[in-house]
Design a protein around this ligand. Structure first.
Ligand code: 5GP
Length: 191
């Protein structure tokens, strides 16, 4: 998606550890025009599939997922990060290793909001090593829900998560895909 690539070139900064900072338009301040364009692109990519629910993870995925849910007219569920490992039986629960914080955390979603009737589109802001997406896929599996595919705002292909998730047979669509990045800048994937 050209507008996302341009925004990355204009405003993103590259931090140590292969982290891209996008606080000015996605992770803290949100650009509403870009958000609307992202939602339309996700609808274009997945509108013809049987998606009846969008699943994301708090917190940065929520805005993108909500915008896509509005465009596609489907409800949006977000998995919550849970402090304790003791969770009650009313939730599906899985463990995710955090790319940005380097530790494991638990994510849960209520059994009320994810069921075997659901055909889920998973949405998140970044795809790095794939742990967040695999956690969400695990929650969908526990519920017996189908996974129609994955849409991410930015895939960092050099960190391998996209290969991991695609090799399991899932359709993964990045709105922008970064092949490599260093102090000289960002190179996008040739699609
Ligand atoms: P993964 O689980 O694929 O390794 O990492 C994805 C999660 O880590 C995303 O939900 C996102 O919150 C965070 N993340 C990964 N890479 C970046 C990055 O370059 N910048 C920011 N802001 N977040 C990232």
């Amino acid at each position: 998606m050209r507008q996302m690539e341009q925004k990355i070139l204009d405003e993103a900064t590259i931090l140590d550890g292969g982290v891209l900072k996008v606080g000015s338009f996605l992770n803290q301040q949100i650009d509403p025009v870009l958000l609307g364009q992202m939602a339309e692109e996700i609808k274009r990519l997945f509108g013809a599939s049987e998606v009846n629910k969008i699943l994301t993870i708090e917190s940065s995925g929520i805005a993108i997922a909500a915008a896509a849910g509005m465009a596609m007219n489907v409800p949006v569920v977000f998995a919550k990060k849970h402090r304790s490992s003791n969770v009650d039986g009313d939730v599906y629960s899985t463990s995710v290793h955090s790319f940005t914080h380097g530790e494991d955390y638990r994510v849960v979603v209520s059994r009320d909001y994810l069921t075997s009737e659901d055909r889920v589109l998973i949405v998140d802001d970044f795809l790095a090593k794939g742990n967040a997406l695999l956690g969400l896929i695990d929650l969908a599996d526990q519920a017996g829900a189908g996974v129609e595919g994955v849409a991410v705002a930015i895939e960092k292909r050099f960190q391998g998560g996209g290969d991991r998730v695609r090799s399991l047979g899932y359709r993964v669509e990045p709105l922008a895909c970064i092949e490599s990045m260093d102090e000289k800048g960002v190179n996008f994937c040739s699609l």
